[in-house]
Ligand binder design. Structure first.
Ligand code: F6P
Length: 550
């Protein structure tokens, strides 16, 4: 395979960034703040209802000038416009990438193959409105005439992570009668745990799969149907099973009436699909008006990304800062730290969004890249992470850039908690930036009267290197609109980085090999003969056959 200069390394800005980095790598953020009292104002931006403080990064104005020049040189604006215009930028699957159309106003005209997609988008939204209204009002009833109390979404990847994360995030807005459940894993423990809690009389299953062929989802859906039919019979299935898919035929073959199917389209990628009918659990949980606010929040961020100059474009800035650390400082992971319990699924959601989009090693033309692409994305809510892995981030050997996310106002009435939460969030960012020098440790310990020999022994352990970068994303409060904007912010950050690295952010061929191998290994585990694999796989299969009595 030919090795190519990537979109990034082929630019003049890259050469300039390399020399700039040779100086910047020794900068201390403490000094940068001491020299420039306006740093917070200079390096913060508002857009789409969110605020980003990016002053605690190892940057100065020249860094940002060079990074924006890089974005222009790789053609970020042109590719962004091509995405919004419905061009087939997913080149390996010959598809347009139009999740932005799903949240555009009804009167917009957005064409794919000469056809305006907006009437169809809004027809399905109306279908979702009608259905979610009926479930919430109790008009949609189970076989015994009772209102639905439990909704079980069966899906995986983008057909699970988006709706689950959003339903969790909007928990305070959920209809009090409804409990939302999400089953994704082919591991039967997942479905079993939910089925043991719900009553078939009042449970609605949403089978969500873009392709309606995904093995995990189809197996879970079949088992859920068998569970229901064994308790009630086939005749009542339509009151308890609906589907969300692009594949009407497979939905029908499964036994769900297409009347009860909510369609979407091949130009919606799985990990970008929560805005489509895949968001049906969200509409049911929080109501269609709130779902509309969620779409509008994302649209606000779309408009910001589409129109703001790169210098003040929040998703572009976030993406370019990521490139700065990944490709010049050589960092290999990014930690996501939402200081909001209701965003507990946000890092997992971003793992699919960023790592499935930009976890690629070839260019759009298929040449091997000469740059590192997507870092590992991971994290959990604050303050919990502080008492687990923040130790490594403060004093470990790796520099891990962090994105802090916080809401200024809570969605609860426990007034004393929120200032403590915010204080911890801001304190961590400050600690990462400033660290604590050996001199500071010494004088602090001396003031406490610690003996000199003990001070000497403890100073290295109690010193913090600091100079560890972070971004701070703030919103007024976590609402459907601000959540929509937050997700769209990360979608466009991911897009920006994909353009800089020159990859196709919209395919996911890397998931295929394991799927194919699993089929033949399953046959080896359950079939009459174990088949022939490599010695390790043969040994594992033999153990599984013995345990399962195959
Ligand atoms: O296996 C990866 C993947 O294709 C994801 O991209 C997608 O979100 C997920 O599987 C689920 O696919 P589907 O919605 O077709 O069941």
């Amino acid at each position: 395979m030919a090795m190519t200069r990537s979109a990034l390394t082929a630019t003049a800005a890259h050469e300039a960034l390399l020399s700039h980095h040779a100086e910047a790598k020794d900068w201390q953020m403490r000094d940068l703040f001491a020299r420039d009292p306006d740093r917070f104002t200079r390096f913060s931006v508002e857009g789409g209802g969110l605020f980003l403080d990016y002053s605690k990064n190892r940057i100065n104005e020249s860094t940002m000038r060079l990074l924006t020049a890089l974005a222009r040189e790789v053609g970020l604006e042109k590719r962004r416009d091509a995405m919004f215009a419905g061009e087939k930028i997913n080149s390996t699957e010959h598809r347009a990438v139009l999740h932005t159309a799903l949240r555009a106003p009804a009167m917009a005209t957005i064409e794919v193959d000469g056809q305006n997609v907006m009437p169809e988008v809004h027809r399905v939204l109306e279908q979702m409105r009608g259905f979610s209204d009926r479930v919430r009002s109790g008009q949609w009833q189970g076989y015994s005439g009772k209102a639905i109390t439990d909704v079980v979404n069966i899906g995986i990847g983008g057909s699970d992570l988006g709706p689950e994360m959003v339903c969790r995030a909007l928990r305070p807005f959920t209809h009090p009668r409804l409990t939302m459940h999400f089953v994704s894993n082919v591991d039967g423990h997942d479905l079993d745990a939910v089925l043991s809690k719900v009553n078939p009389e009042t449970t609605l299953f949403i089978v969500a799969s873009k392709t309606f062929t995904t093995i995990e989802t189809m197996m879970n859906a079949r088992s859920a149907r068998d569970w229901f039919v064994s308790r009630r019979g086939e005749q009542d299935l339509p009151k308890h099973f609906v589907a969300v898919s692009t594949n009407a035929k497979a939905v029908q073959d499964f036994g769900i009436d297409t009347q009860n199917m909510f369609p979407f389209w091949d130009w919606v990628g799985g990990r970008y699909s929560v805005w489509s009918a895949i968001g049906l659990p969200v509409a049911v949980a929080v109501g269609f008006d709130r779902f509309t606010e969620f779409l509008a929040g994302a649209h606000g961020m779309d408009e910001h990304f589409r129109t703001a100059p790169i210098e003040s474009n929040m998703p572009a800035i976030l993406g370019l800062l990521g490139v700065w650390y990944r490709n010049y400082f050589g960092t290999s992971s990014v930690s996501i730290a939402p200081y909001h319990q209701d965003l507990s699924a946000f890092a997992a959601y971003l793992q699919q969004l960023e790592m499935e989009s930009n976890g690629k090693r070839v260019s759009r033309d298929g040449d091997l890249l000469d740059v590192a692409t997507c870092p590992v994305i991971w994290g959990d809510v604050g303050t919990n992470g502080q008492h687990a892995y923040f130790q490594l981030m403060h004093q470990g050997t790796d520099v891990i850039p962090v994105d802090f996310i916080a809401a200024l106002k809570p969605n609860h009435g426990l007034a004393a908690h929120h200032p403590v939460l915010l204080a911890n969030c801001f304190a961590q960012a400050k600690a990462f930036m400033r660290g604590k020098t050996a001199d500071e440790v010494r004088s602090e310990m001396a003031q406490q009267g610690v003996p000199a020999d003990e001070i000497d022994a403890l100073v290295p352990h109690r010193t913090f290197p600091g100079n560890r970068p972070s971004n701070m994303i703030l919103m007024e409060s976590l609402t459907p609109a601000t959540l929509g904007a937050l997700i769209a912010l990360y979608e466009h950050k991911t897009f920006t980085q994909g353009v800089v690295w020159g990859v196709n952010s919209f395919d996911q061929w890397g998931v295929e090999l394991g799927k194919v191998l699993a089929k033949s290994i399953e046959a080896s585990i359950t079939g009459p003969q174990p088949g022939v694999h490599d010695p390790s796989t043969n040994g594992l299969i033999a153990r599984a056959r013995a345990a399962l009595g195959s």
